[in-house]
Design a binder for this molecule. Structure first.
Ligand SMILES: [Zn+2]
Length: 751
C-alpha cells in the first residue's frame, strides 16, 4: 500500500469509527465509548496492610481436592498447620469456598453436603492462631463452581448461572464425578450479592484477609443474556443486548466490557471497604490484569496480588515476576507467584486429564520447585507454595525439601531482599495501550515480543527490568538508561511525550515493529507516536509475511556490533513499511533472498537531543523465542549497548547461555547477584514437565562497584560461605566453582 492510500484508508477507518459514536457538538463526533486512559481512582481509606504481608511465606491449601472434595471426613486443621510449619511457611491461604462452602454462611452459597455442625474455617483459624500462623481466605469471584445437577434440583440457583442467547445455561467444563459446571452470571445480581455476603461472613472470623479469584477473568465468565442482564445493559448504554450476538458489532462489545468493568470496579471497592473496615487486607489474582478487555490498573485496588499461573519457562516467570514487582513497588504491595504450580492437562497428551481434573495431591517436588522459588525471588516477587494438599497424604516420597529450602533462604536474606530493587541496564515496557487495538479488531503481539526480548537479554547476560506502561512516570524514567518498546502498538500522547523528553535528556530508546502506530483506542496514528524521536514515519500497517527474509547491513555502525556492511542476518518475515527522514540513518534493509526484493528499511538509528534511538521494523525478539537464532539476540544486545552510550554493564558473567543473572540492590546499598542455572532438559511444548537442572561449574561473575564504595565480602548465600574476590577495572570479580539451580552472591559494601 502506498502512503497516499494508507492515509486515505486511515481516514476512512477513523470515519467509520466516528460513525460508531453518538452525541457531540458543532458537528464534531464525540466518541461515546473510548478506552479509559485516566488512572483508576482508589480512594484512600487510612488502612495500611501489615508490614509482613509483602514478604509472607504463604502455603496454599486447595479446596477442590481431597481432603475437601468429595469428602471432608479426613480434614484435620492441626495436620494442615503442622505441614505449613514443616515447610517453613508463616501464612496459610485457606479455601473455604470451592464447589461448596465449608463453613456456615448467610450468603446462600451451597454448603458441603457432609458439613453437618462442622465449621472448617473456624477449626483452621483456631489451629493457625495456636501455632502463630497468619491465615487468609480464598474466595471465588466470577469463577464457576455449581454443578448443573445441583441447579436442576435447586431452581433458586438458576439466577446464579450464565444464560446464552437461547436462554440455556452456558457450560464451562465437565468434572468427573461433580458433573457439568455452568459459568457464573457475573453481571446479574444474585451471584454478586452472594459473594458480598461471603466477604461479610469472613470478617466475623479472626482471619487476616481475603483473596479473590479472579477479577477480569473473562475466561471464567462471559455475556449473560438473562432477563436481568438484558434489562441492566439496556439501562446502561441504551443498546439491545442481542447486538452482542454479532461479533462485528464493536460498539456493542466495547460497551459491554466497559459495563462489566464498571461493575467490577464497584465490587472490588466494596470488598475492599468491607475488609479494610474490619482491619483485614485484600489480595486479588492478577493473572487477568494485563489482558485487552480487563479493568485498567485493577492491581491498584487490593493490598497485594498473585501473578499468573503455569509459568513453565523460566524467562516467562522472570518477566511476569518483574512486571508484578514493578506494579507492587510504588505502594509497597505484595506481588506473589506460585511455586510448584498445578498439574493440568496439556494439548496433545492422552486423555488422563479429561474431563477436567486437578492433580493437587499427586505431585512430588523436585528441582523445579527450587527454580520456581529462586526465580521468583530473583525477579522481585514472593513465592507461594502450591499446594499443601500434595503433602497432606504423604504420597510418593512426599518431598517438601525444595520448598523448605526456598523459605529457609528467604528468611535468611530478608534484610537485604525485602524492598530491594533491580539494577537495570535496560528496561522493557509492556504497553497497556498496545492491548487496546482489540477495539478496532486488530491484534497486538506486545506481550509475546516483550517475553522474547526478556529471553534475549537473559541469554546475553544483560541486566534487565520489566515495568508496565501504567507505572512509567518521570521519576521512574530518571533511573533508566535504556528502554525497550517491543511491538508496543499503542501509546498515549502522554507516554510518547514523556519518552520523547527523556530521550532528549540522554535516554536510549529501542523501538520495534509497530511501536506507536496506534493510539489508546486502536486507531492508526498516521505518523506514529514517536516520529520525531525515532526519525521514521510509517507508510502503512504491517506487511504480510514473506519467506526467507534477511536484514542486509548497508552501513557499519556500533549499534550493530560485530555485523558489518555487506553482512546479512536472519530477519523477521513481517515488516512495517517506514521511511527514515532528517538525520536518521538506515543501517539495514529487509531483503527477500528468493525474489531479491528490497522490502524497506529494517534498522534505523537516530540521535535526538542528547539521546539515541534504534528502530527495527520487524520483531527479532518474537522470532528469538521460537528459533533462538544467535544473530537475533546479538543485534538486540548490541543495539542496547549502543543506546546506553557504552556505559559499563552493572554485571557481567561468563557462563553458558542458559545461566541467567539478575542484579538487585538492597535497601542498605549492598548488591545481590542472583544466578539461575537454567540448563538441562527443556521442552517448550509439553507444558509442566519434570526438569533436571545440570550443575554449572566455573562461573566468573563481575559486579560493578558503585562510586565511593568498597567491597567487604562476597558471600554465597545458598552455599553458606564466602568466596575470594579481586578488583578489576571497577568490578568485583569472583569465581563460583559450582552452581546447581541457583546461587546468590551477596556483595557486602562499605563506604
Ligand atoms: Zn444474567
Amino acid at each position: 500500500m502506498d502512503r497516499r492510500n494508507f492515509l486515505k484508508n486511515t481516514a476512512a477507518s477513523m470515519g467509520a469509527l466516528a460513525g460508531l459514536t453518538t452525541g457531540g457538538t458543532k458537528g464534531e463526533p464525540t466518541p461515546m465509548i473510548e478506552s479509559p486512559i485516566k488512572d483508576i481512582v482508589v480512594p484512600p481509606d487510612g488502612y495500611h496492610a501489615p508490614d509482613w504481608l509483602r514478604y509472607s511465606r504463604t502455603v496454599y491449601f486447595d479446596g477442590y481436592t481431597p481432603p475437601i472434595y468429595p469428602h471432608i471426613d479426613e480434614f484435620d486443621a492441626e495436620r494442615l498447620v503442622r505441614i505449613v510449619r514443616e515447610l517453613g511457611g508463616d501464612t496459610l491461604r485457606l479455601q473455604p469456598i470451592g464447589f461448596w462452602a465449608t463453613f456456615p454462611t448467610k450468603s446462600g452459597y451451597p454448603l458441603h453436603p457432609e458439613l453437618g455442625n462442622r465449621d472448617l474455617l473456624w477449626e483452621t483459624v483456631q489451629a493457625c492462631r495456636k501455632a502463630g500462623l497468619h491465615i487468609y481466605c480464598y474466595t471465588k469471584y466470577n469463577n464457576p463452581f455449581l454443578s448443573m445437577r445441583y441447579v436442576d434440583a435447586h431452581p433458586e440457583y438458576n439466577d446464579w448461572i450464565l444464560h446464552g442467547p437461547d436462554g440455556k445455561p452456558s457450560i464451562t467444563f465437565e468434572h468427573e464425578g461433580y458433573g457439568v459446571i455452568p459459568l457464573c452470571d457475573a453481571t446479574g445480581d444474585a451471584y454478586r450479592r452472594a459473594i458480598h455476603q461471603v466477604i461479610r461472613d469472613y470478617t466475623t472470623y479472626d482471619i487476616d484477609g481475603a483473596y479473590f479469584d479472579s477479577p477480569s477473568g473473562f475466561g471464567y465468565t462471559g455475556i449473560c443474556y438473562c432477563p436481568t442482564c438484558r434489562r441492566k445493559f439496556k439501562a446502561y448504554c441504551g443498546m439491545d443486548m442481542s447486538r452482542l450476538q454479532n461479533p462485528d458489532d464493536m460498539q456493542a462489545r466495547i460497551a459491554w466490557y466497559q459495563w462489566f468493568n464498571e461493575m467490577e470496579y464497584q465490587d472490588l471497592l466494596d470488598f475492599r471497604k468491607i475488609l479494610h473496615d474490619s482491619g483485614k487486607f485484600m489480595i486479588c489474582h492478577n493473572g487477568a490484569t494485563w489482558r485487552p478487555q480487563s479493568l485498567r490498573e485493577q492491581y491498584r485496588i487490593p493490598d497485594g496480588f498473585m501473578n499468573g499461573e503455569n509459568q513453565v519457562q523460566v524467562y516467562n516467570r522472570i518477566m511476569t515476576a518483574m512486571m508484578g514487582a514493578s506494579m507492587a513497588r510504588p505502594t509497597k504491595k505484595l506481588s506473589q507467584m506460585y511455586m510448584g504450580d498445578y498439574c493440568l492437562s496439556s494439548p496433545g497428551t492422552p486423555p488422563h486429564d479429561h474431563p477436567w481434573t486437578l492433580e493437587n495431591t499427586s505431585e512430588e517436588d523436585t528441582d523445579e520447585v527450587l527454580m520456581d522459588g529462586f526465580g521468583t525471588l530473583a525477579a522481585g516477587s514472593i513465592p507461594m507454595y502450591a499446594t499443601l494438599n500434595r503433602l497432606y497424604f504423604g504420597l510418593g516420597d512426599g518431598s517438601n525439601r525444595p520448598a523448605q529450602e526456598v523459605y529457609e533462604v528467604m528468611r535468611r536474606v530478608e534484610p537485604i531482599l525485602k524492598d530491594s530493587v533491580v539494577v537495570p541496564y535496560v528496561a522493557v515496557v509492556p504497553s497497556w495501550e498496545a492491548l487496546q487495538v482489540w477495539r478496532t479488531k486488530r491484534e497486538s503481539w506486545n506481550v509475546n515480543m516483550c517475553e522474547g526480548f526478556t529471553l534475549a537479554m537473559l541469554d546475553e547476560h544483560i541486566s534487565l527490568d520489566v515495568c508496565p506502561s501504567t507505572e512509567v512516570n518521570e521519576s521512574w524514567l530518571e533511573g533508566q538508561r535504556v528502554i525497550a518498546l517491543c511491538g508496543a502498538s499503542g501509546l498515549t500522547d502522554y507516554t510518547a511525550k514523556l519518552l520523547t523528553d527523556w530521550v532528549q535528556g540522554g535516554g536510549g530508546l529501542l523501538a520495534t515493529y509497530d511501536t506507536g502506530l496506534y493510539d489508546q483506542n486502536g486507531h492508526v496514528r498516521p505518523s506514529g507516536a514517536l516520529k520525531e524521536v525515532l526519525g521514521i514515519e510509517f507508510t502503512g500497517e504491517a506487511l504480510p509475511t514473506q519467506p526467507e527474509c534477511y536484514y542486509r547491513i548497508t552501513e557499519t555502525h556500533p549499534a550493530l556490533g560485530r555485523y558489518q556492511a555487506g553482512s546479512m542476518v536472519k530477519a523477521d518475515s513481517r515488516l512495517l513499511p517506514v521511511h527514515a527522514f532528517g538525520g536518521a540513518k538506515v543501517l539495514a534493509e529487509c531483503w527477500d533472498l528468493g525474489t531479491k526484493e528490497v522490502r524497506g528499511p529494517a534498522i534505523v538509528v537516530n540521535t535526538y537531543g542528547k539521546g539515541r534511538t534504534v528502530y527495527i521494523s520487524g520483531s527479532l525478539e518474537a522470532n528469538y523465542t521460537y528459533n533462538r537464532v544467535p544473530s537475533h539476540r546479538r543485534v538486540l544486545a548490541s543495539a542496547v549497548r549502543y543506546l546506553a552510550q557504552e556505559a559499563p554493564q552493572p554485571f557481567e558473567i561468563s557462563a553458558p547461555k542458559g545461566v541467567y543473572g539478575l542484579l538487585r540492590r538492597a535497601p542498605n546499598g549492598d548488591l545481590m547477584l542472583w544466578l539461575l542455572a537454567n540448563v538441562g532438559f527443556k521442552d517448550a511444548d509439553i507444558g509442566r514437565m519434570r526438569q533436571e537442572y545440570m550443575p554449572v561449574s566455573k562461573i566468573e561473575a563481575r559486579v560493578l562497584i558503585p562510586d565511593g564504595k568498597r567491597v567487604r565480602t562476597v558471600h554465597l548465600v545458598r552455599a553458606g560461605r564466602e568466596v575470594p574476590f579481586t578488583i578489576e577495572s571497577g568490578y568485583a570479580v569472583a569465581r563460583l566453582s559450582d552452581v546447581h539451580v541457583a546461587e546468590i552472591a551477596h556483595i557486602e559494601l562499605s563506604s
